[in-house]
Design a protein around this ligand. Structure first.
Ligand code: CA
Length: 253
């Protein structure tokens, strides 16, 4: 929640949720499929798959201490109080004040994840929000099976097909297929070139790149005409976009 608060404060257009399912069927927001890297239990390190824990067990883990250790220059004393949020809690906290970019992670391990996701989005009144620009909720996945399932359940929800690290040509070969169920693609930053951006746009697909934290790469992608980037540092992207607008104005002036 602390990272979402800060991202929104820094002007992020979307907050991203990597979603897993607990042993008792709750959707929780966490990057990894296992606890080992980022969670501490009461008696030391917590281990094992999220899928083997109940929501209550996850709520008893501290998921902030690892961050303070890993990033001492960003550390804050309140982070060790952070726990794994459920998707329901994230929606409740931000409601319609945020836009959500939700990833079904390892969906093949979580039967029913798509049904529960659509139920929560609908239950919180987040589907079909005309006031949100461009979309209030986007669902992304590396799994075409998962995205097609979401598309069946909620045909109006915009979907993003993710691609693992690969070259521009091999992503382009999939675009005709992807446009039958998705509104865009999410690709690794080094896949992006002018050809890929043009091919995606020609298929009416938007194109986003992950995960871009240095400004040189941001500038390069913006120069290619990318529609968005995933970043841990949204204020850096804002600086790049602001500098570009200022330069453009100067050129026009
Ligand atoms: Ca993700």
């Amino acid at each position: 929640m602390a990272s979402y608060d800060l991202a929104l404060q820094l002007g992020a257009d979307y907050i991203e949720q990597d979603v897993h399912m607990t042993a008792d069927g709750a959707l929780v927001v966490m990057h990894d499929a296992t606890l080992d890297r980022t969670a501490l239990g009461r008696d030391g390190s917590a281990t094992g798959p999220v899928a083997h824990k109940t929501l209550d067990e996850l709520r008893r883990c501290d998921v902030g201490s690892w961050f303070n250790q890993e990033f001492p220059h960003f550390a804050r004393p309140e982070y060790p109080l952070m726990t794994v949020p459920s998707l329901d809690e994230v929606f409740t906290r931000y409601g319609r004040t945020a836009n959500y970019y939700i990833e079904t992670k390892h969906p093949e391990s979580y039967p029913g994840i798509e049904e529960e996701l659509v139920r929560l989005i609908t239950g919180h009144g987040l589907a079909g929000r005309p006031e949100a620009t461009p979309w209030g909720v986007v669902v992304q996945s590396f799994s075409p099976v998962s995205l097609r399932r979401v598309h069946e359940l909620a045909p109006a929800l915009p979907l993003i097909q993710l691609f693992s690290v690969q070259d521009s040509a091999s992503v382009q070969a999939n675009l005709a297929e992807v446009r039958s169920y998705a509104s865009g693609i999410g690709v690794f930053k080094t896949s992006v070139d002018h050809g890929l951006v043009a091919a995606a746009h020609a298929c009416d697909l938007c194109i986003h790149a992950y995960t871009v934290n240095d400004q040189r790469a941001m500038k390069r992608l913006v120069g290619f005409g990318i529609d968005g980037v995933f970043t841990d540092l949204p204020d850096r992207l804002d600086d790049v976009l602001h500098a570009r607008r200022t330069r453009k104005r100067a050129t026009l002036g």
